[in-house]
Structure formats: structure tokens, C-alpha cells
Design a protein around this ligand. Structure first.
Ligand code: ATP
Length: 381
């Protein structure tokens, strides 16, 4: 039965829904430039995540797509149709808000059918759609309850259900999980991902949480101060960040990044900071040669530092300042003269605070950034 319902849903929801933002700018009253020339192409059925720190403009982008915020300049297309001047109700999209925005005096059923009722859908159609959505979300037992009698996770499901019954071309999510506790957040994350693959709908999802972005997105748009920094798959962003900001924002613990001097020793290029020496392989010499005698920013992910009893030519020697056991692994906070780093190690080794330890950095994976522009020296499209 459920399979049959899902199959029907796939047929009905599977409308082609590509969303294209071209040179979109948003300037709020008081000259606040919240979004600066955003160009994003969201493919049909794609799960696209907009991520960035508070105030970077991600919600503004979502609200412009929804039609809740006027676009200052640029063009917005849904399915090749320019929709800048279309009212929200004519855009065939549904939005799920952070605070769920449920009507407290209405039952779950009432909340879910409301959007269809005001659009004058026939009663039988409304009933069928609400039942179907309730089944998909496993909230059939809750249809008579009022929102105050629901848990946070259940309210979230109702908010999603209200979007599903509309069978929109595009689903928009504005930080839908941020009011839930950590455990429920992980569970709902998986539920929304699974809903996406079942419904085969285009979804655009805003969050400030890079873990949500990494685990849910087919692709991710990283924003900072109104400007898109990079768009790519989670792994592309993780392995080849375009600049220092993306490198530091994507990944947990964040990438260790600090300034280091570039010099030549015995015919090899060496990048050095106090406590850490990295001998550059031939394949990377070309990008670092212009920086000889100067400095770059060197970035090493915590899992790319391997504990060793035998220091090699590329080596980090540092003091352990905090040991953070997590069960499956241990995070070590390390200190050199000028900087602090985090290393992820296995839990077996009994590290002690205050001891000096050696790590071998995985040289092939080290990132380098220009110290002025903060752009990656290794990035290519
Ligand atoms: P958060 O994660 O905190 O919600 P965000 O990345 O979604 O942040 P936006 O809400 O899009 O950011 O805001 C982007 C910028 O626009 C911020 O500087 C914000 O203060 C400003 N802004 C948002 N709404 C308005 C408004 N109605 N009037 C003026 N400025 C606004």
C-alpha cells in the first residue's frame, strides 16, 4: 500500500522544476546589501543546500525564490519562466519554516488541509491528499490533535506535511531543524533526505550547520556576507575548497590553518611554521615557487595528521594541551609556539596533557592559500 502511495506521489510530484538565479541582488531599506550577484542553477530534483554563517544572506535568497521578498535586480526563473513579478501563490512552491508556523487553534488535519482549502480544492481531493501525506510522514494517529499537544519532531512533520499536500514544483526549507534537540535533528535529517528521494522533488534547504549541509545536499552553496563563495558537491567543497573561508567552514573539526614561510632547502621547496615542516612534492612545487621567501596560509585537516614515533622530514612537533576522548576516536588539541591545531587519533593511544608528540602530515592533502587574497593556490574548476 505504502509503496503504491509513494509511486503515485512520484508521478504527481515529478514535475520538472529547475530554478535559476541570474545576477540576483537584494538591497534592503537602509542600503543593506544582503545578496550580491547570486548566480545559482538548481537542477530538477536536486537537493541544494544554502549554507553560511548568520547574516550571510541565505534566508533572503530563499525568501526571494518564494516570492516573500522583492528582488532588487537580476532574474529568477522557475522552469525557464521568469517569475520575478509573480505572486508567491502562483509560483507553485511550498516553504517549511524554522518555527513551523502552524495555526495553534487548528488540528493537524486542519493545518494540513488549509493551503488546499483556500485554493478551493474539492473536499474529496483535500481529504485524499492529507491522508496520503499523513501516511508518508507516519502521523496518521495525530490528525485530530492540536499543535500544542505535539512534540517538536511531530510538529516538524506536520509542517512538512502541509508542504507535501500542495504537491509543489519546489520545496523550500528555512532551517527547519534548528528548534529540535540534537538527537531528533539527526533523525529528521535522515527523514527529509529519504523524503527527497521518495518524492523526487526539487528541494532548496537553508541551514547554518555545515554537517546538515554535508550530509543532506546533492550540492552546497556556501555564502558569506551576501556573496556566494563556492558551489559544489559536499566532497568537492571538502577536498578542494576555493578559499580559506570555505576550507574553515566546511568540515568538523575545522581545518587547521595558519601562516607559514616558504623557503628552499637542498633543492626542495619547504613550507615551515614553528613546530611544523612540510617538504613539498615535485607536483606542487610550481604553485609554491612564486611564494619563495614569503608566506602562505597552510591548511591541514585534523584527520591528515598521523601520530608517529619516528619523525619524518615532513613533521609536526607539538605539545598536547587537551585530550578529548569521543569513544570511537580522540581529538587532541595541540600547541606549537604560534598556533593551535586539532588532530584526530584513534582512542587506543593514551595521550597525556603536557607531553610532546610528533605527527606526520599527509602532504598530498595539505591546502595552501594566498595570505592576502585567501584564495586557494591549488583550486581548479
Ligand atoms: P540567519 O542564519 O541569522 O537567519 P541569514 O544568512 O539567513 O542569517 P539573512 O536573514 O538573509 O541572513 O540576512 C542577510 C542580511 O540582511 C543581514 O545583514 C540582515 O541583517 C539583513 N536583513 C535581513 N532582513 C532584513 C530586513 N527586512 N531589513 C533590513 N535588513 C535585513
Amino acid at each position: 500500500m505504502l509503496l503504491c502511495v509513494i509511486r503515485n506521489r512520484v508521478e504527481e510530484v515529478g514535475k520538472v522544476a529547475k530554478v535559476l538565479l541570474k545576477d540576483i541582488i537584494k538591497i534592503y531599506d537602509g542600503d543593506v546589501k544582503a545578496v550580491d550577484r547570486a548566480n545559482i542553477e538548481i537542477q530538477d530534483k536536486e537537493f541544494m543546500v544554502l549554507v553560511g554563517p548568520s547574516g550571510c544572506g541565505k534566508t533572503t535568497v530563499l525568501r526571494m525564490i518564494a516570492g516573500l521578498e522583492e528582488i532588487s535586480s537580476g532574474d529568477l526563473f522557475i522552469d525557464s519562466k521568469r517569475v520575478n513579478d509573480e505572486a508567491p501563490k502562483d509560483r507553485d512552491i511550498a516553504m517549511v519554516f524554522q518555527n513551523y508556523a502552524l495555526y495553534p487553534h487548528m488540528s493537524v488535519y486542519g493545518n494540513m488541509q488549509f493551503g488546499l482549502r483556500i485554493r478551493n480544492f474539492p473536499k474529496e481531493e483535500i481529504h485524499a491528499r492529507v491522508k496520503e501525506a499523513a501516511q508518508i510522514l507516519d502521523i496518521e494517529e495525530l490528525l485530530d490533535r492540536k499543535p500544542k499537544a505535539l512534540s517538536g519532531g511531530q510538529r516538524q512533520r506536520v509542517a512538512v506535511g502541509r508542504a507535501i499536500v500542495r504537491k509543489p514544483k519546489v520545496f523550500l526549507f528555512d532551517e527547519p531543524l534548528s528548534n529540535l534537540d540534537a538527537k531528533l535533528r539527526v533523525q529528521m535529517r535522515a527523514e527529509i533526505s529519504s523524503l527527497h528521494s521518495r518524492l523526487q522533488a526539487t528541494m532548496i534547504y537553508v541551514t547554518h550547520d555545515q554537517t546538515e549541509a554535508m550530509t543532506m545536499g546533492d550540492r552546497i552553496v556556501v555564502m558569506r556576507s551576501g556573496i556566494i563563495q563556492q558551489i559544489g558537491t559536499p566532497l568537492k567543497l571538502y577536498n578542494t575548497p576555493i578559499n580559506r573561508f570555505v576550507a574553515g567552514f566546511i568540515g568538523s573539526p575545522p581545518m587547521n590553518i595558519s601562516p607559514a614561510g616558504v623557503s628552499e632547502q637542498d633543492g626542495k621547496i619547504v613550507v615551515k611554521e614553528e613546530g611544523m615542516t612540510v617538504v613539498i612534492p615535485e607536483s606542487r612545487e610550481e604553485v609554491l615557487r612564486p611564494y619563495l621567501g614569503g608566506k602562505v596560509l597552510m591548511g591541514v585537516r585534523s584527520e591528515d595528521l598521523k601520530f608517529t614515533n619516528e619523525p619524518k622530514e615532513s613533521n609536526l612537533n607539538a605539545k598536547v594541551i587537551v585530550v578529548e576522548p569521543l569513544g570511537n576516536e580522540t581529538h587532541l588539541y595541540l600547541e606549537t609556539k604560534d598556533s593551535q591545531l586539532i588532530a584526530r587519533t584513534d582512542s587506543e593511544h593514551g595521550f597525556r596533557v603536557g607531553e610532546r608528540v610528533d605527527f606526520t602530515p599527509e602532504v598530498k592533502k595539505i591546502q595552501f592559500f594566498d595570505i592576502e587574497t585567501e584564495r586557494s593556490l591549488l583550486y581548479s574548476e
